[in-house]
Design a binder for this molecule. Structure first.
Ligand SMILES: Cc1cc2nc3c(=O)[nH]c(=O)nc-3n(C[C@H](O)[C@H](O)[C@H](O)COP(=O)(O)OP(=O)(O)OC[C@H]3O[C@@H](n4cnc5c(N)ncnc54)[C@H](O)[C@@H]3O)c2cc1C
Length: 409
């Protein structure tokens, strides 16, 4: 779609970060045609990162909840964005250019943007009650109510979301045990150096960990659960929070003919492979990542927001180049702010700068198997992050980046 098509009807399915920012971006870039934003949740669009952080320990006042909204109903109406909330898309007919809706209705489009994100990977353990998962505002509210009891919690899954929930639970006085079959669960995301320090951080703050051992079963009910581990240990808990990854929101596209493989496969410009006028953005999109030489589905806030901005520009003004990700992600745990830019090659090498044990200010510079700098992770050190990001973008070597960060210490 180029400038002469500014009046076409854009239907966006998924009214969260990627969908809302695409709609707003289209208007800001001069799109004049109708824009319809369809969301399965009845909630106005909201932001998810605070759900595992500040909001969990907040007072859940109107002000606190309003703080996570991405846009108000008035703002969207003023921008001429039609909002259809509480209406899940159930099918897509690309020949008729129509989206089927759960209520039986349809939405016709000229251009379709798929922004259906991801859902929590369902818990394989389903006792009568007491198992919680976190993806939505409603999930966060239910978990916050359990944490407010100050009773023992088992968090299953030591990724970012699980460990952020663990940190919030510790802060609220709950005895917490984090379980994960991997010995250093966050290593895949931040590398073994910082992953090891994060384990230490949780232990210092009073959380217990059972890493390197999986969950065999969860039985009982809320207030009286037993989490049985693969090595036979039984942990009593009031609630279990299961954070074992997510699955892309593509169920409704199964019969659409779109190419689906752990997300909607797109080309470098985020157009669904081989299908005119259909695009995907955010956690649901799997696009060819030029830097990594592979198709990637990212589950990070900045990627969803950047893809929305890129697509809004592409659809209104046209773009010269493919989408290029900044690969930026952050996590807040206790008093640690972990930021990562780029990626880590498991076959590559890493250099540590600063003091990772105390976590005062530290960074790890990653090089890939060929020796080229590919990523940097920082702890409580935003200046280093910004510097590293610039140097990575400029194509500097890992040694140059490491030297520059040492100068900052
Ligand atoms: C608890 C939590 C904490 C996070 N913290 C961080 C963080 O600290 N840093 C970071 O970088 N990232 C973080 N993330 C990830 C970040 O929030 C996501 O990358 C971002 O939300 C992706 O936005 P999205 O719009 O693509 O997808 P989503 O936010 O998943 O939104 C998709 C929307 O589509 C709707 N939908 C799904 N199917 C349908 C359908 N068939 N019809 C209509 N609507 C549908 C869903 O209800 C949902 O509202 C966190 C995520 C969670 C859950």
């Amino acid at each position: 779609m180029t400038i002469e098509h500014l009046d076409r009807h854009v239907v966006i399915v998924g009214a969260s970060l990627a969908g809302t920012r695409t709609a707003q971006g289209l208007r800001a870039a001069g799109h004049t045609g109708p824009i319809t934003l369809i969301g399965a949740e009845a909630e106005l669009p909201y932001d998810r990162p605070p759900l595992s952080k500040a909001l969990l320990t907040s007072d859940w006042s109107e002000v606190a909840v309003a703080g996570v909204r991405l846009a108000s109903a008035d703002e969207l109406a003023e921008a001429g964005i039609e909002l259809l909330l509480g209406q899940a898309a159930t099918s897509l007919d690309t020949a008729a250019k129509q989206v089927g809706l759960a209520g039986g209705g349809t939405a016709s489009y000229d251009v379709l943007v798929i922004a259906t994100g991801a859902a929590a990977r369902p818990s394989p353990w389903t006792p009568e009650s007491g198992v919680y998962q976190l993806r939505t505002l409603e999930d966060a509210r239910a978990i916050a109510q359990r944490l407010a009891l100050g009773e023992p919690i088992v968090v299953v899954g030591g990724g970012f979301i699980g460990t952020e929930i663990a940190a919030a639970a510790v802060g609220l006085g709950c005895p917490v045990t984090v379980v994960d079959p991997l010995p250093e669960p966050m290593a895949r995301l931040v590398g073994p150096e910082i992953a090891g320090s994060l384990v230490g951080l949780h232990l210092r703050n009073g959380a217990e960990t059972r890493f390197g051992v999986g969950v065999a079963d969860i039985t009982g009910s809320a207030g009286d659960l037993t989490v049985e581990l693969a090595d036979g240990e039984r942990i009593a808990a009031s609630s279990a929070i299961v954070g074992i990854g997510s699955v892309p929101g593509t169920d409704w596209l199964e019969d659409s003919g779109l190419k689906l493989d752990n997300g909607v496969l797109t080309d470098g410009r985020l157009q669904a492979l081989g299908v005119e006028d259909v695009y995907a953005v955010g956690d649901v999109a799997r696009w060819p990542h030029a830097g990594r030489g592979a198709d990637v589905r990212a589950e990070h806030w900045t990627n969803a927001s950047d893809q929305a901005r890129y697509l809004a520009t592409a659809l209104t003004q046209g773009v010269e180049t493919d989408y290029a990700s900044t690969d930026y992600v952050w996590s807040d745990q206790y008093d640690w702010k972990v930021n990562a830019v780029g990626w880590r090659d498991p076959a590559g090498t890493s250099v540590v700068i600063g003091d990772l044990l105390e976590g005062k200010r530290a960074a790890v510079v990653h090089a890939d198997a060929a020796g080229a700098a590919c990523g940097v992770v920082t702890v409580n050190w935003v200046r280093a992050l910004n510097q590293a990001r610039r140097l990575l973008m400029a194509g500097e070597s890992a040694e140059t980046i490491a030297d520059a960060l040492r100068q900052l210490l």
